[in-house]
Write a protein that binds this ligand. Structure first.
Ligand SMILES: [Zn+2]
Length: 136
């Protein structure tokens, strides 16, 4: 962070180091303020200025620009993400149904085991009663 005061309204300002030497409107008075170059980094300012000059020269040169028809990229992306979202939701439902089926099967197994055991016991008791009545 670099701290300095606005030369117009003297408001205390700070900018990240990456924005040193960059001109921006002061948030307090809206005047264009250049974030100062810290001591020892003046060569960076020269470098930035030469870059800006080169950029201006480049902008001044006539260039051939190929005009490419713009395709509705946003639309495809949004339908694609909708599809992905739908697939993910579908996956969640499938997982929930599978888990529910597994739990249901486990419960049914326990239930059937105990029911059969009880019925077998009842049947055995019946046979025992009948045998008892025959051999009395
Ligand atoms: Zn200001």
């Amino acid at each position: 962070m670099l701290k300095f005061n606005c030369p117009h309204c003297h408001a205390a300002l700070k900018v990240p180091d990456s924005k040193v030497g960059i001109e921006q409107p002061c948030p307090s008075c809206r005047e264009i303020v250049k974030a100062p170059i810290p001591f020892g980094m003046e060569s960076l300012d020269d470098f930035l200025q030469s870059c800006q000059q080169e950029h201006q020269q480049f902008l001044g040169q006539p260039r051939e620009v190929e005009v490419v028809p713009v395709e509705p990229v946003e639309e495809t992306i949004s339908t694609e993400s909708k599809l992905l979202k739908g697939l993910r939701e579908f996956g969640w439902w499938v997982s929930i149904i599978v888990v529910a089926l597994v739990i249901h099967t486990a419960i049914m197994q326990v239930y059937i085991k105990f029911t059969i055991k009880r019925e077998l016991n009842d049947a055995a008791q019946d046979v025992q009663d009948q045998l008892n009545s025959i051999f009395q």
